[in-house]
Design a binder for this molecule. Sequence first.
Ligand code: HEC
Length: 109
Amino acid sequence: MTALLRALLVAAGMAPIIPTTTLAQNTGDPAAGRIVASTLCVQCHRVTAQDTDPNRTPPDFGAVANMPSFTELSMRVFLQTPHGQMPRYQFSPAELDDIIAYLASLRRR
Ligand code: HEC
């Protein structure tokens, strides 16, 4: 399945490998997601509040998590769709849950 097709299926709630309960309630582990973020995403993004490196220009994760448009579903779709110069990741459903849980943990409200 192509990444786009998969994202569309997920958006429509029809992805065969992701149970609908996962869409409704994220059960990811933020600590595990933080490890993924500081391994893969840190190359381009500022992934923690302590990280202020101005050379990494893509939106920092604190800002991302606090955008009004941020939802677990929007992140799920986004992370299965290529963006910027970002490599095409093929996350497992559990990895996606973890990353989203970490991002959600950065929300201020
Ligand atoms: C090679 C660089 C690169 C890597 C690695 C990378 N990103 Fe990105 N990311 C970008 C760029 C550039 C943008 C802004 C442009 C865009 O949205 O297409 C972006 C935007 C985003 C946004 C959207 C912000 C918005 O405004 O909606 C999210 C969420 C995001 N990245 C998450 C991640 C996550 C999670 C990882 C690690 C698993 C990651 N990125 C790894 C370059 C990267």
